[in-house]
Design a protein. Structure first.
Length: 485
């Protein structure tokens, strides 16, 4: 990919198809090969979530507040020319999920008049399950836009094949071949593929443009007028129905409330993403929402980022959505004032008995763990282990302990929160206190055996599951998790 002419690749696909996941794999591959990429990211919102996570040494341009092929199209050529001045080995363009690749292709070829750029491949990522649903419906602007994105590509990545049946995959392949018989089709799950496929020489995409333009023109005529003779069209007609809401959080967000909020989003919102800091953890998380699927990824950005969320859909109430987001923000502010808690090390027998009372209430009475299994030799005295309790208004509401496990590793155990006080951050507060104590004692890592129902909670606090299979402990399924302190 070295040389005087810089190759340009376009990455497109409808919202939530897996473009960003694939782009991350591409960048990792280029970095591993010692090559210098540059990227141009486009977002219809006022902030580019993915752009905040790109490593600082990668030349990057952003086109925000509109789709490249519509209101922001004029910026594409200028940004490409500027990126070319950094002399990267390759430029990747990731377009917004509602962009039409033909206009992007035109923009790249126009930019080549002012910089030594050559458009190589157009890669369209297709969400298999979403396309299958649209095939069943067979109409609508979203379906038309997806077809155009598919027709414009010379590489089709049929993604999320693990979420559809084998006979459905055959139906999807037939549809892709029918709409674009010249493209190579690659089946993937989680956008996992050999990046070399994307750089191979395929049929020159320019040979397809007139054929694709004819399809798009014909369908636009039918869509707008029901006949095929009017020629004054704006391609943005395919996605002028898309609504975008960008919200900047004032503070941290309660993780339980936020996840519940995402699960309750209306069907008209089909994509959301952003970066949030949760009240019950100091870590940053990238969240992705697409067609009722939610994913959280703990991140460590190399530069300052915003706590922000972008919502994309059609026909939903923006005012109602903003009201819900404001309530999440204000809920945190109210809880922050109300939850004045302190985590204290157990040093007296009275405090130890308070810890026992909490554990008996949660583990023995609620979960049915035999008392003789709950209590052991580490509970004989305050000095037998590192016991902690959380006090709220001097009332004990949570308890736990940690003990040496391996060389340099502490084990967190018996973490319990009384039922009336759950969802207030007490568990996080307790665990943070024990982790800090272990760290001050010279331990560099911690492990815990989490009940499977609490695995997601601990993962948000930075713990990673290391056991291959769940295991039974006190008749409850657990997983072993680990975290660096």
């Amino acid at each position: 990919m070295n040389g005087k002419v810089i190759p340009v690749y376009v990455l497109t696909g409808f919202l939530g198809s897996g473009k960003t996941t694939l782009l991350n794999r591409i960048l990792e591959d280029l970095k591993g090969k010692g090559l210098k990429p540059a990227i141009l990211l486009n977002e219809v919102g006022d902030v580019n979530v993915e752009g905040q996570l790109v490593e600082q040494d990668i030349p990057m341009a952003e086109v925000l507040g509109g789709c490249i092929c519509c209101t922001s199209r004029g910026d594409l050529g200028l940004e490409l020319v500027q990126l070319a001045q950094d002399q990267p080995d390759v430029i990747w363009i990731e377009s917004t999920g509602v962009a039409q690749p033909l206009d992007i292709m035109d923009g790249v070829t126009e930019a080549s008049l002012y910089a030594k750029l050559e458009l190589k491949n157009v890669v369209t990522v297709v969400d298999g399950r979403h396309l299958l649903d649209r095939l069943r419906i067979g109409t609508g602007k979203t379906f038309k836009l997806m077809k155009e994105q598919i027709r414009a590509a010379n590489i089709l990545v049929l993604n999320k094949t693990d979420l559809v049946r084998e006979d459905d995959i055959l139906e999807l392949r037939d549809a892709l071949t029918d709409w674009n018989p010249h493209a190579r089709i690659v089946l993937t799950s989680r956008s996992n593929l050999d990046p070399a496929i994307l750089y191979a020489e395929y049929r020159n995409i320019r040979h397809n443009i007139q054929h694709i333009e004819a399809h798009v023109h014909n369908e636009l005529c039918q869509l707008e007028h029901g006949h095929e003779h009017h020629h004054d069209h704006d391609r943005s007609a395919l996605h002028d129905h898309v609504n975008v809401v960008t919200y900047f959080f004032k503070g941290n967000v309660d993780s339980v409330a936020f996840e519940s909020f995402l699960k309750g989003l209306p069907d008209e919102i089909y994509r959301a993403k952003g970066i949030v800091t949760f009240q019950d953890t100091a870590s940053l998380f990238l969240f992705q929402y697409a067609y009722r699927e939610i994913d959280f990824l703990r991140i460590t950005p190399q530069k300052s980022v915003n706590n922000v969320a972008v919502f994309i859909g059609e026909g939903f109430s923006e005012s109602e959505l903003l009201n819900q987001l404001e309530q999440l923000d204000s809920k945190f502010e109210r809880k922050e004032k109300a939850n004045l808690m302190k985590c204290v090390r157990v040093v007296t027998n009275e405090q130890l008995n308070q810890a026992f009372d909490i554990r008996v209430e949660v583990f023995v009475k609620e979960q049915g763990v035999p008392r003789e299994l709950e209590m052991d030799e580490y509970d004989e005295s305050p000095e037998s282990c590192h016991h902690f309790i959380v006090l709220k208004d001097e009332l004990p509401i949570a308890a736990g302990r940690w003990k040496p496990f391996e060389d340099g590793v502490a084990k967190m155990q018996r973490i319990a929160v009384l039922k009336p006080f759950r969802g207030m951050g007490a568990g996080m507060f307790l665990l943070r206190g024990m982790e800090e104590d272990a760290k001050q004692s010279g331990y560099g890592a911690s492990v815990l055996d989490a009940q499977c129902t609490a695995e997601t909670f601990y993962s948000k606090l930075g713990y990673v599951t290391e056991s291959e299979e769940p295991f039974l402990d006190a008749n409850i399924m657990h997983v072993r998790m680990r975290k660096s302190l």
